[in-house]
Write a protein that binds this ligand. Structure first.
Ligand SMILES: NC(=O)c1ccc[n+]([C@@H]2O[C@H](COP(=O)([O-])OP(=O)(O)OC[C@H]3O[C@@H](n4cnc5c(N)ncnc54)[C@H](OP(=O)(O)O)[C@@H]3O)[C@@H](O)[C@H]2O)c1
Ligand SMILES: *[C@@H]1O[C@H](CO)[C@@H](O)[C@H](O)[C@H]1NC(C)=O
Length: 288
């Protein structure tokens, strides 16, 4: 890298960090008391941590995922932490009917909805694309189309409550990296779709906020298993990721970046494309 590029990077890094800090308003946590929330993919990982944060605020919570046993345990812990209500419904988001059923169940149990947290993802392998188009079609249903189905079903209730949708996306939806092509496709689709919907709702004065979250590598069991030996990136804690997204949703922010470095990467994305690609390719290994 020549000196000019380095200077621009350092200056830009400082500017990006300051912009990120300044864009950080504080939250009146009272606004989360007794909130009615549906969290998907909450049987483990970041979704589980989100359920626990909501529980501590005395929220009314419905969680979903496929594994009934795990859901039961999360519900139990939510109640111990202070949830006013905690219920679960097992569902498989690769089904074209389960997404609707889940929202119906939540509306019925909670009598309305304030926050809709769309967080689940289907299992996909971390590695070179093997040409399996059917898998991508399946993953689009789980990671993308089911989000739209749930949004459609929940929108009237969210309009009534002036509620919030939290869409858990990823750095993968902003910057493209190897070994996650199908996953990247679904996250890019989410960013595009919900970015467009944000405009449409605002232009129609429909007061439902959409918070699109860009997460970096987070230390959940599945993510750690997937990237083992393939990257030197340092993961951030799931509980903090969960809290930052809830905060952003409650503040009706259009985007959340966690950790803050994801904001910097996004900021620089198109500045030096060839350097960027060199850095990306050198931080992943073909063989585990
Ligand atoms: N961890 C990271 O490094 C990272 C980075 C960027 C973005 N994110 C995003 O953060 C979110 C959560 O990630 P995570 O690491 O917490 O994942 P995780 O620990 O693997 O949890 C995924 C959740 O989705 C559920 N799920 C899986 N397949 C499903 C299906 N077919 N139908 C319904 N539910 C299903 C799982 O429960 P069951 O197995 O019981 O169904 C589980 O509750 C995702 O949107 C992910 O893209 C994560
Ligand atoms: C939308 O609803 C929120 C939460 O009730 C409120 O604070 C905000 O002022 C509303 N915005 C508009 C444009 O009505």
């Amino acid at each position: 890298m020549n000196t000019l590029v380095k200077l621009c990077l350092v200056g830009g890094l400082g500017a990006a960090f300051l912009a990120y800090q300044w864009s950080e308003p504080s939250l009146n946590v009272e606004s989360l008391k007794g909130v009615r929330v549906l969290v998907t993919g909450a049987s483990k990982g970041i979704g589980e941590q989100m359920a626990y944060h909501y529980a501590r605020f005395g929220a009314h919570i419905v969680i979903t995922g496929r594994t009934e046993k795990a859901l039961q345990q999360v519900v139990k812990k939510c109640k111990e932490l202070g949830a006013k209500k905690a219920e679960y419904i097992p569902a498989d988001m690769s089904s074209t009917t389960d997404p609707f059923t889940v929202v119906e169940f939540a509306l019925d149990k909670l009598g309305g909805l304030d926050h809709l947290v769309l967080n689940h993802i289907g299992i996909t392998s971390f590695g070179l694309w093997d040409g399996d188009v059917e898998h991508v079609r399946w993953l689009l249903q789980v990671n993308f189309l089911s989000y739209l189905q749930m949004t459609k079903k929940a929108l009237p209730a969210l309009e009534e409550s002036k509620g919030s949708i939290i869409v858990v996306s990823s750095m993968a939806g902003k910057i493209f990296t190897p070994f996650v092509a199908p996953y990247t496709a679904t996250k890019s689709a989410l960013n595009g779709f919900y970015g467009s919907l944000q405009h449409e709702l605002a232009m129609q004065n429909r007061n439902v906020s959409i918070t699109i979250c860009t997460l970096g590598l987070i230390d959940t069991e599945s993510a750690m298993r997937a990237v083992k030996g393939r990257t030197s990136l340092i993961p951030s804690p799931a509980s903090e990721a969960a809290w930052q997204m809830i905060k952003g949703g409650a503040l009706r922010q259009s985007e959340v970046f966690y950790p803050w470095t994801t904001y910097v990467y996004t900021f620089f994305r198109d500045w030096f494309p060839s350097q960027r690609d060199k850095i990306i390719r050198s931080s992943y290994h073909l063989e585990a």
